[in-house]
Design a protein around this ligand. Structure first.
Ligand code: MTE
Ligand code: MO
Length: 333
């Protein structure tokens, strides 16, 4: 913790985090869905088919329903308004509302992602090429933030494995490192030294190859809003949210386990694996339960809504548990 404190910043304890406003749009949406006889947790694609429009704020990016095991959870999706206004994207400030306010300055075209390191076919991909690389799928994932809140988001993208297969990792590639854009002209949050910029994250190669590891380009049937990591980000539903780097410009294959930004800032608090685990608490708070954003209509959500139990690997144990067979998860947290 020492290090984060030295930087004049400390990750707030969950009780200090402001709850998001409760939006009427969600209630209306649920009512319309009910009137149409749709299950409330139906995917946004199903809503579109039933004539309920996508948010209509950004360019459409449809995805076919994913056939990947575990890719479509049955939980109700969190309202678009909440998903796009309650964000962690420290490059645009540390308050939950800052990314929605300030990420308008992010320029997402032209955009390239350099795929490099221990691969036979390194390549600087243009975004347009990445968009066409594999068929877009809709995936409804739970997102569990290390701070103790969660959301359910209908993402659009394809498995990162699709890209990895094409660049052909060498025998030396054991880990993958992701790097976010760091441009002071576009990102006002870089003036604060909360983290070492650029934001970096890492995965073991077999984790990165898992079909649930998503390269995300959109949500709710549209391209990603800037505050959610436009134009391309990672989405790792079984890990704490900070593992899913936003606005990625580099994917590097390496032999040694990379040190991620959060791990460097607070090694006792943020481990390399950071798999969601209700039995391994954060040193300063329990991880046993979580608050689902948008739950508890009526404005009393933070204080009086029952927290829900957090699930092992965020509920994806059947799909990803084997990746960690035999590992001491208290040690490799
Ligand atoms: N580059 C970058 N990526 C980031 C973050 C960040 O601050 N910078 N925050 C992480 C955290 S803590 C979470 S919980 C998720 C939030 O994603 P969302 O805003 O789309 O819900 O993004 C992750 N990716
Ligand atoms: Mo987070």
């Amino acid at each position: 913790m020492h290090l984060l404190k030295d930087r004049g910043f400390i990750h707030r304890t969950p009780s200090e985090i402001t709850p998001p406003a409760v939006y009427h749009s969600r209630r209306e949406w649920m009512q319309r869905a009910a009137a149409l006889g749709l299950a409330p947790w139906a995917a946004s694609g199903a809503f579109a088919q039933a004539g309920i429009p996508r948010p209509g704020k950004l360019a459409p990016l449809p995805g076919a329903k994913s056939a990947v095991a575990g890719a479509l959870v049955m939980d109700k999706p969190t309202a678009y308004a909440d998903v796009t206004s309650y964000n962690n994207f420290y490059e645009f400030g540390t308050d939950k509302a800052s990314p929605a306010h300030y990420a308008g300055t992010l320029k997402t075209r032209p955009w390239t992602v350099s795929v490099e390191g221990e691969v036979k076919r390194p390549k600087v991909y243009d975004l347009e090429e990445l968009l066409k690389l594999a068929p877009m799928e809709e995936r409804i994932y739970r997102l569990r933030c290390v701070e103790g809140w969660s959301m359910v988001v209908p993402w659009v993208g394809y498995s990162l494995a699709e890209l990895i297969k094409r660049v052909e990792p060498t025998g030396n590639a054991k880990f993958v490192q992701f790097t976010t854009l760091a441009d002071k002209a576009q990102m006002p949050g870089l003036r604060a030294s909360v983290l070492d910029w650029p934001y970096t994250e890492g995965l073991r190669l077999d984790e990165a190859m898992h079909p649930l590891a998503l390269l995300g380009f959109g949500l709710y049937g549209e391209v990603l809003p800037n505050q959610n990591g436009a134009p391309v980000r990672m989405v790792l539903p079984w890990k704490y949210g900070f593992k899913s780097a936003k606005s990625i410009v580099k994917i590097r294959f390496v032999e040694k386990q990379p040190v991620s930004s959060w791990e460097r800032a607070g090694p006792d608090e943020y481990g390399f694996y950071s798999n969601v685990n209700p039995q391994v608490d954060h040193p300063r708070w329990s991880q046993a339960t979580e608050r689902r954003i948008g739950e508890g209509e009526g404005g009393f959500s933070s204080l009086f809504t029952k927290r829900r139990p957090t699930q092992m690997f965020n509920g994806y144990e059947a799909q990803v548990g084997q990746l960690y067979a035999g590992m001491d998860l208290k040690k490799y947290f």
